[in-house]
Design a protein around this ligand. Structure first.
Ligand SMILES: CC(=O)N[C@H]1[C@@H](OP(=O)(O)OP(=O)(O)OC[C@H]2O[C@@H](n3ccc(=O)[nH]c3=O)[C@H](O)[C@@H]2O)O[C@H](CO)[C@@H](O)[C@@H]1O
Ligand SMILES: C=C(OP(=O)(O)O)C(=O)O
Length: 430
C-alpha cells in the first residue's frame, strides 16, 4: 500500500495548477445517463473516484471515450471525456459498486427519470458520519415515484407516464439530494420547484450543463430551483468547474508552510468564506486573471474560529485542513463541524505530530503549538488525509502518511504539485 513521505520545513514558492472539481465531475458524469446523445466533459480530473464512476456508468450502458490529448501538458492532466449512453442496459446499481463510492448512489435520479424504474443499493458506510438517504427518498416520492427498501436496495418506480413535477422543500440542505432531484425533474412532466436547495457551485455547474443539454432550470445557486420538465435531453459539451476544495487546500498549505504561490485555473469567488478566513489568519490573498495568489511571509498564523456550513459558509471539506493550520497558530481557536457528526478522525492523527486539540461534542479546541514534529500517521478519509500532509509540511523532520488511497480519491498528482513548489513530498510504493 502506498505511503506519502514528507520532510517538513520548506516554504512553498511557485505555481500550482488547480484541477477540475471532483464533486462537480461526478454528478456531471452521472448526467450522461439522461440522454442517448454524447455528453462531452472537459477538464475532468484524473482521480480514483472518477475512474471508479466510469466503470459504474459502463455497467449501466455508458460508453466512455477518453481523448488521448492532454491540455497544457506541463500543467495539467485535465482530460476531455465523451460519455454516450445510447440505451440503458442495466437499471441495477449493485452493492459491490455503490458501497465503494457514495456519489454513485446518485444514478438513482437519471435511471428513474429515463427508464421509469431502477434498483439501487443503499450507499456504503463512510468514516465521516451516517449519511442517510431519507431526503432522496422523500424528494423522489414527491415527484410521484414509489420508493421501497428491499434487502439493502431501493426499488424505485415512476408512475406509468413518468415522474410528475412537484413542489418539494428539503427539511435540510443536501448537495447530493439537490443534484438528484434536479436531474430527475428535468425529464418529469410539468414544473418542479425545489425549496431549501443546496447552493454549492457544483450544483450550479450541473444545472448549467443540464441546461446546455436542453433542460429548463432556473435559480441554481439560490435556495429555490425551478425545473420545467422536457421530454428529452440532448448531448452537450461542458467544462468542469475548478476544484474549490483543492484550491482551498493548497491555499492552506501555503498559509502553513509560508511562501508565495499562484494557484492557476481557479477562482477566488468559489471560496470566499475560506479566503476571508485565511486572510484573518494572516495570509495575503489576491485575485489574479486566472486564479489567485497567496503568500505568508514572516508573520505567524493567527487563531481564527470557524463553523462549517452549507455554501456559502465555510465548507466541511476544508475543515480538517484548516484545523491542521490552526495547530501552529499563536493562540486558541475553535472548529465547529455542523455537517457531519463524525468528521474529526484527523484529530488523533494530528496529535501524533504534537498538536494540542481537545474535543467537546462537535467543537474542537485547538491550542496552537510552537512546533510540530514529524511522525507516522494514518489517513482516515479524503480530507483528513490531506490535513496530515499540510501538518507534515510544517513539522520538523519526517512524516509518513499511510492509507494514501483516501488521498487519491480527490487530489490529482499532489506530490508533484507540492514538489514543484519546493516541498519535499514523495510517494513510497510498496
Ligand atoms: C461527492 C460530493 O459532492 N460530496 C460532497 C457532498 O456530499 P453529500 O451530497 O453526500 O452531502 P450532503 O450535502 O447530502 O450532506 C449534508 C448533510 O445532510 C445529511 N443528509 C443527506 C442526505 C439525506 O438523505 N439525509 C441526510 O440527513 C448528511 O448526513 C449530512 O449530514 O456534500 C458534502 C457537504 O458539502 C461534502 O462534504 C461532500 O464532499
Ligand atoms: C466527503 C467527500 O466525498 P464523498 O461525498 O464522495 O464521500 C469529500 O469530497 O470530501
Amino acid at each position: 500500500m502506498d505511503r506519502i513521505r514528507i520532510v517538513g520545513g520548506n516554504e512553498l514558492n511557485g505555481i500550482i495548477p488547480i484541477s477540475g472539481a471532483k464533486n462537480a465531475a461526478l454528478p456531471l458524469m452521472i448526467a450522461s445517463l439522461l440522454t442517448s446523445d454524447t455528453l462531452t466533459l472537459e477538464n475532468v480530473p484524473h482521480l480514483a473516484d472518477v475512474e471508479l464512476l466510469m466503470r459504474i456508468l459502463g455497467n449501466h450502458g455508458v460508453d466512455v471515450a477518453v481523448n488521448g490529448r492532454r491540455e497544457r501538458q506541463e500543467d495539467s492532466y485535465a482530460r476531455t471525456i465523451h460519455f454516450t449512453c445510447r440505451t440503458i442496459v442495466d437499471t441495477t446499481a449493485s452493492y459491490e459498486l455503490v458501497s465503494k463510492m457514495r456519489a454513485s448512489f446518485w444514478v438513482i435520479g437519471p435511471l428513474l427519470a429515463r427508464e421509469g424504474h431502477c434498483r439501487v443499493s443503499l450507499p456504503g458506510g463512510c468514516a465521516i458520519g451516517t449519511r442517510p438517504v431519507d431526503l432522496f427518498i422523500d424528494g423522489l416520492t414527491a415527484l410521484g415515484a414509489s420508493m421501497e427498501i428491499d434487502a439493502g436496495y431501493i426499488n424505485a418506480r415512476a408512475p406509468a407516464g413518468g415522474l410528475i413535477g412537484a413542489r418539494y422543500t428539503f427539511p435540510k440542505v443536501s448537495v447530493g439530494a439537490t443534484h438528484v432531484m434536479m436531474m430527475a425533474a428535468t425529464l418529469a412532466r410539468g414544473t418542479t420547484v425545489i425549496g431549501n436547495a443546496a447552493r454549492e457551485p457544483e450544483v450550479v455547474d450541473l444545472a448549467n450543463c443540464l441546461n446546455a443539454m436542453g433542460a429548463k432550470i432556473s435559480g441554481a445557486g439560490t435556495a429555490t430551483i425551478t425545473i420545467e420538465g422536457v421530454t428529452s435531453l440532448s448531448g452537450a459539451r461542458h467544462r468542469v468547474l475548478p476544484d474549490r476544495i483543492e484550491t482551498g487546500t493548497y491555499a492552506m498549505a501555503v498559509a502553513m508552510a509560508g511562501g508565495d504561490v499562484v494557484l492557476e485555473n481557479t477562482d477566488v469567488a468559489l471560496l470566499e468564506t475560506a479566503v476571508e478566513t485565511l486572510r484573518r489568519a494572516g495570509a495575503e490573498i489576491f485575485s489574479t486573471n486566472n486564479g489567485m495568489r497567496i503568500r505568508r511571509n514572516g508573520a505567524g498564523i493567527k487563531p481564527v474560529d470557524i463553523v462549517t456550513d452549507p455554501f456559502p459558509g465555510f465548507p466541511t471539506d476544508l475543515q480538517a485542513q484548516f484545523m491542521a493550520l490552526m495547530t501552529r497558530s499563536s493562540g486558541v481557536s475553535h472548529v465547529t463541524e455542523t455537517i457531519f457528526e463524525n468528521r474529526f478522525m484527523h484529530v488523533q492523527e494530528l496529535a501524533r505530530l504534537g498538536a494540542r486539540i481537545s474535543l467537546s461534542g462537535q467543537t474542537a479546541k485547538i491550542e496552537g503549538v510552537e512546533r510540530l514534529r514529524g511522525a507516522p500517521v494514518m489517513a482516515t478519509d479524503l480530507r483528513a488525509s490531506v490535513s496530515l500532509v499540510i501538518a507534515g509540511l510544517a513539522a520538523e523532520g519526517e512524516t509518513t502518511v499511510s492509507r494514501v488511497y483516501h488521498l487519491d480519491r480527490g487530489f490529482e498528482r499532489l506530490e508533484e504539485k507540492l514538489t514543484r513548489c519546493g516541498a519535499i513530498v514523495e510517494r513510497i510504493s510498496e
